[in-house]
Design a protein around this ligand. Structure first.
Ligand code: FES
Length: 159
């Protein structure tokens, strides 16, 4: 049974152009969250409230989806997302050194975001491009046969 959210009404002006594009059906939950994340950079507690209200579903359902799927972030992410594959093929071909170089260059560990919100770094499982190992994905673009030096150079080009 659907329940309306009991939280105080929150308004996020950034989402004024987003919400009207989605019908008020539960089936819209994931696509709406994806667009909210594209807009805000993450799914804030307020965004979860707004989503629940718009779709007339409990906030707990929204929270459940956001925390279930690794594509959603609960904290603000950097403008550039750097994902270093830690799958077996990439691991044996130097992924650890890449992570070390990227972390040293940005001053953050995997799972963290730089203070200026320019970069977030993540360790991820196999991208399915093992023939290109080691693989780094920056802002959804896949780079293969990456060396630590190349990774640092790619970051420098984005600064
Ligand atoms: S192990 Fe890295 S792409 Fe498969």
């Amino acid at each position: 049974m659907k329940r309306r959210s009991k939280s105080p009404v929150v308004h996020l002006p950034e989402l004024d152009g987003v919400l009207p594009r989605y019908t008020r059906e539960e089936s819209q939950l994931i696509p709406l969250l994806q667009e909210i994340q594209d807009t805000l950079g993450y799914i804030s507690p307020e965004a979860m409230q707004v989503t629940a209200r718009h779709l007339n579903v409990p906030e707990s359902s929204v929270y459940g989806v956001v925390t279930f799927y690794s594509q959603f972030y609960l904290t603000r992410q950097g403008r550039h997302k750097v994902k270093v594959c830690q799958g077996t093929a990439c691991h044996v071909r130097g992924a650890v050194e890449i992570i070390r170089a990227v972390s040293a260059r940005l001053g953050i560990k995997p799972g963290e975001t730089t203070e200026d919100f320019e970069f977030s770094v993540e360790r991820v499982a196999c991208f399915g491009s093992c023939a290109l190992a080691p693989v780094v994905v920056i802002d959804e673009k896949v780079y293969g046969n990456v060396t630590p030096e190349m990774a640092v150079r790619m970051l420098d080009e984005l600064v």
